[in-house]
Design a binder for this molecule. Sequence first.
Ligand SMILES: Cc1cc2nc3c(=O)[nH]c(=O)nc-3n(C[C@H](O)[C@H](O)[C@H](O)COP(=O)(O)OP(=O)(O)OC[C@H]3O[C@@H](n4cnc5c(N)ncnc54)[C@H](O)[C@@H]3O)c2cc1C
Length: 469
Amino acid sequence: MTSLSGKTDIDWTAFATALAPVEVITEPVLIKKRSRDFFWYSPILNRELKRCFGDLVARPKSPEEMAHVLAVAYAHDAPIVMRGGGTGNYGQSVPMDGGLIIDTTAMDAVIEVGDGFVRAEAGTLMADINTSLQASGQEMAMFPSTQDIATVGGFVAGGSAGIGSIANGALRDPGNIVSLTAMSVEAQPQIRTFDGPEALQIHHAWGLNGVILDVTLRTVPRRDWVGCIVTFDTYEAAYRAGLAVAQAPDIARKLLTTVDARICTYFPKLKGHIRPEKHLLVSMIPIEDRAAFRALIEGHGGHVDLMLTDTERQAAGLPHVYDFSYNHTTLQVLKADRSATYQQVGCPIPPDPDAIAALRPKLGDDAWMHHEFARVGGEIVTFDLPVIWFSTPERLAEINATYTANGFPVYDAHTWNVEGGGLKADYVHLAWKKRMDPKGLLNAAKSRFWADVAHMTPDEIEALGQTGE
Ligand SMILES: Cc1cc2nc3c(=O)[nH]c(=O)nc-3n(C[C@H](O)[C@H](O)[C@H](O)COP(=O)(O)OP(=O)(O)OC[C@H]3O[C@@H](n4cnc5c(N)ncnc54)[C@H](O)[C@@H]3O)c2cc1C
């Protein structure tokens, strides 16, 4: 079999044979499908990544099969990219060097449900984990809005926060990732378990520094949530009310999202259910806090358009409220018009409605605000995932500069390197890569600095400090 990627000189037929009895996928059309994620959200990444393909897909179904796959890859010096549901946004699971794609979705067992934690194999869908928790009266502390197709391994290796983060923090906050088990890429792959702070080196490292076999995540007591959509005349009022709900002592919350009215014109499923041309506050609150929530919203000049239990929502044929939050907000727009894109922008801490109001007129008509409220390191924070109407890279740079100049840091969503997003800004994760993946086979193209340090020992790499990104 010749190399589909055109980037490797490995005999992929012999490689596939050596992988037996592990399931492999050799059809080019299926390999190409599994070489993509949601990088096309970014026109810049789309141009750079759309022609990057792997050469073969392996689908191990147990740690033993995974060890066999990794040992064969190690023997052939084959580039490896791990893949769960393939919902990452920055080409995280795109095989830029070609090579082997390891699809984890056959490793999908919930291993243990305990009091306050769940341990599941890397390929388990987040939604399946949430379902498995119901009988014990628990739910995930947070989950991505892609939970129906995203795996827990992909969430921990590629995600950061989600539905529940306004109550329980970001994934990286202490206690949320209890531990994880990872396998090294060596002649005889080793299994290592990492707790707390050590697990954070593998978290959001895009599968560069270890193959996650299973993850133990925090769970919280289950509550009956209602999905609410509330409308306001101004964006500032929606944001101010969101902040008030986030701070309210008598209202719990699992989701708080504000959406500019112009974005809402791309929500056809809500037509007739919400007041047109209004700014939204999208939220999930416990059923018992409904009256307090309504009183707070009306006190802020808002109107409660929808307040539904899950059963009522299904009967009304409406999507879940989190289909309008996180990167799903952008997706609703992209479904209608592929010239839209987005950005990831931090906001002043503590959240400042006046600063948001002052920034709006400076942004121009091609950047439409959408904020998520979360609790990070114990503090209430917001971040903007604006819908941006892409014209040129130069105009995008201008929009970024407007944000930064006004005190809103940009965590660029249009870069394919792991150091670019702001969470892996020192060399420590590459020292871990050296320990777990001495030949540098795992997704190495995604690190801007790996080639510079690959020849060093882990301790030498670690001593380098900040990457300067
Ligand atoms: C519409 C939309 C909404 C989203 N909402 C959210 C959100 O609310 N919160 C959020 O954090 N993200 C969100 N994301 C990003 C993404 O969906 C999540 O991060 C998701 O959890 C990724 O899971 P996945 O299984 O699809 O991972 P993949 O895309 O398959 O992989 C993600 C990264 O993890 C690596 N990886 C996968 N499995 C392993 C493993 N076993 N070992 C080591 N590395 C591995 C891959 O190589 C890749 O680098 C969203 C994306 C989209 C398109």
